[in-house]
Design a protein around this ligand. Sequence first.
Ligand code: MN
Ligand code: MN
Length: 514
Amino acid sequence: MSSVAIISEQLRCIVMTTALKGRYMNEQNQETVLDPKDRKPLEELRKQLTFSFKNLWNPENQEEMNAVMAFCEDYKVALNKGKTERKFVMFAVDLLEKNGFRAFNPDEQLAAGDRVYDSVQGKGLIAAVIGSDSPDKGFNMIGSHVDSPRLDLKPNPLYETDDLAFLKTHYYGGIKKYLWVAIPLALHGFVTLNDGSTINISIGDKDEDPVFYISDLLVHLASDYMQKKASEVVAGEELNVLVGGIPITNDEDVKERFKLGILKLLYDQYGIVERNLLTAEIEIVPAVKARDVGFDRAFVGGYGQDDRVCAYTSLRALIDINQPIRRTALCVFYDKEEIGSSGVTGARSQLYLSVQKRIVRSMLNREPSAFELIDNIENSVMLSSDVAAAYDPTYASVFDPRNSTYAGRGIAIVKYVGRGGKGNTSDASAEYFDEVTKLLDKNNIPWQTGELGRVDQGGGGTVAMFQADFGITVIDCGVPILSMHSCFEVASKIDIYMAYKAYNVFLKQMRVED
Ligand code: MN
Ligand code: MN
């Protein structure tokens, strides 16, 4: 007899005896009052039959507390160093090289235990630890994205008006525009100079740097503006970044003397002329450092945690594979997720699959057959790791509390995202959902599940459906975040650490028989 059956039997006896004693639902239909001792089997039954997720913090487990806090110190460094997709890829490559990974050369042979990476045009990345299984058995993959909502400079950005110099911007990804005014901003750019050389510029994140700024309308004159809808109170064309106010000369007859003052500084410092700005990629991001949040430092606050929290935790999970593995483990960073995963560095691009195919070829040390490549894709399994919305009691009305993910309850494994009637999502299968969560259970890695928010309140997308299109079995998962897409997002440190542990187990053990 199973334990549930035993409890059910005990319960039947209690109900019978209680009924015989005349305490069970008399004619007036009064409530039954059970003896406290008789309630115990019911509590046991409840424990056996119901399921709930628990908060994971355990201050008495000092060893784990130390590990969580230490991990998040490293994570904050990653957030500070990788504030754009390019900067994060640069940071990741540096970390990989320090940990025994080398740039992948498609002409070389790959053997079990090899650690390689390949940059996808400097904005995406694939890193791999080669396993002993043949590649047609498939890979264990974790895919996240390293782009975040931000302001890009327009092609012709620099102008002056009324004794002030500005840069015009075009926002990238889903932002509440009013959050970007009256805060310190930093500028990160990739510029090709006249001589063909390229430079990375970063201004605003070091303590001694100047910052940049978008003005807010003083409340004293905001009567009309305050009547506008939140989506219109700051318009896209009003996101103009203040970059200067000292003219190159006080001779008022010199044309564009404020703009010229800025251009002269850019030329002296970097060799940049206005022509170079037209083709450059220059991104404006909040000039905030990642910080601990709360008296107890339970959270990390910082810009761009969507989705660099999943990128960093999966990167560390890959790096920390220190024993031979069966299935090749891949960590993939995509660009352009925030604008629909389009573009050559987005998750829809064949470039990522091409790298994967070259890895297969190098593992086999010969040209793979078409079906070996197909088998590799179709037998690969992926976690599409992207942040979830943490339940926010301040905005409770937009969440379904029974189907939300909560800060402090671990990594969220999410069957589907999308909007409306599950539009634009991959909707993982029951079989795969169960397989992933059973693997975590087996390894004592806590997890939770939920949806983004209430049905018809909005929605969101991830890279999962694009990988599913290629034939890779995939499910969404990620760290719950408060204030997603704001300039300072917040994540619970215990969730960050548990995501790392979950990713490490997935990469090493998924689809590996004992
Ligand atoms: Mn995301
Ligand atoms: Mn996002």
